[in-house]
Write a protein that binds this ligand. Structure first.
Ligand code: NAD
Length: 314
């Protein structure tokens, strides 16, 4: 097992600082570096986290600079603007693509080996930007993708069926955004395919109930942002889970975003599919058996992301 290593977080706003806290609490890093264009913010977060250091596994935390990416195992990017009420993730694109480009240009001055984990939205488009600007191999660049959305989906299914969320296996795939798809055909609870019959009630959910659950997943960020202005705890835990799979070389299957090589004819675009995540980053993207309808929706989602990528000047 790889030793807990050096992790750099670029962007210490709501998402970056919550992620730092989650990683620190989980004991996944021995060195945690915080970088932000607002230096005082990074320093304040480092001070606050350091004051809790006696309660967790040993870790050195400091507000740093891009030089600190040298020897990093993972560089997580959460810098950039977040969604404002009523704004879609794709609205953020132009703003955040330029921010991402300049950050990656700085990172690659100091490392060619770190795994680059993108979280800033629109995460699929920006994962592609990171891949292009860094020139790193595909496996070394990933985005948090629909790991969060899939967790929301599992939570809502667990609530609906009144069963432990850990027994619910379900994926949201494609874009982390409005064109994402629920892979209902892959959903299973306790080993029983949800589409055949529900393990608990012995019936099938109506299309209306399924649509309602999926809409709640897809609109979750809008609902939270409308109430508290931002989302950060669940994404921080999702990122912690991805980091854990990398640091512990777990071969975990997670729906991360990565640049795919011909899955159902989809290529040269970053989007989420179930993938093996280990110390090398994205070790393998699965060519999963979807229904024809799901495949069409996935292709549509890929095209939407691609159109945005093509509109960028990177
Ligand atoms: P925030 O405004 O609280 O924090 C952003 C931070 O980035 C700020 O501290 C800012 O100073 C810093 N920053 C801006 N430009 C920078 C640069 N060039 N270099 C270094 N730092 C820079 O925003 P937030 O709520 O933390 O959200 C961050 C991003 O995460 C947003 O794009 C948001 O949409 C995204 N997000 C993604 C998911 C997901 O599932 N992928 C979930 C929630 C939020």
């Amino acid at each position: 097992m790889r030793k807990p290593g050096k992790i750099v977080i670029v962007g210490t706003g709501f998402v970056g600082s919550s992620t730092a806290f989650a990683i620190m609490d989980a004991g996944l890093a021995t060195e945690l570096v915080l970088i932000d264009v607002n230096r005082a913010k990074a320093e304040g977060e480092a001070m606050d986290l350091n004051h809790g250091i006696s309660f967790v596994k040993p870790v050195k935390i400091w507000a740093g600079d891009y030089e600190d990416c040298k020897d990093a195992d993972i560089v997580i990017i959460t810098a950039g603007a977040n969604q404002k009420p009523g704004e879609t993730r794709l609205d953020l694109t132009k703003k955040n693509a330029q921010v991402t480009k300049s950050i990656v240009e700085n990172i690659i001055k100091y490392t060619k080996d770190a795994i680059l984990l993108m979280v800033t939205n629109p995460v699929d488009v920006l994962t592609y930007v990171v891949y292009k600007v860094s020139g790193f191999p595909k496996n070394q660049v990933l985005g948090s993708g629909t790991v969060l959305d899939s967790s929301r989906f599992r939570y809502l299914l667990a609530q609906h069926c009144q069963v432990d969320v850990r027994n619910v296996h379900a994926y949201i795939l494609g874009e982390h955004g409005d064109s994402e798809i629920a892979a209902w055909s892959l959903t299973n609870i306790g080993g029983v395919n949800f589409m055949q019959e529900c393990l608990l009630c012995g019936k099938n959910c109506s299309p209306e109930v399924k649509e309602e659950i999926f809409n709640k997943v897809r609109n979750a960020a809008y609902e939270i942002i409308g109430r508290k202005g931002a989302t950060y705890y669940a994404i921080a835990l999702a990122v912690r889970r991805i980091v854990e799979a990398i640091i512990r070389d777990e071969n975990s299957i997670l729906p991360v975003s990565s640049v795919v090589d011909d899955v159902y004819g989809i290529k040269d675009v970053a989007l989420s599919l179930p993938a093996i995540v280990n110390k090398n980053g994205v070790a393998k993207v699965f060519d999963i058996p979807l229904t024809d309808e799901e495949k069409e929706k996935l292709k549509n989602s890929a095209q939407i992301i691609k159109n945005v990528i093509n509109s960028l000047d990177i």
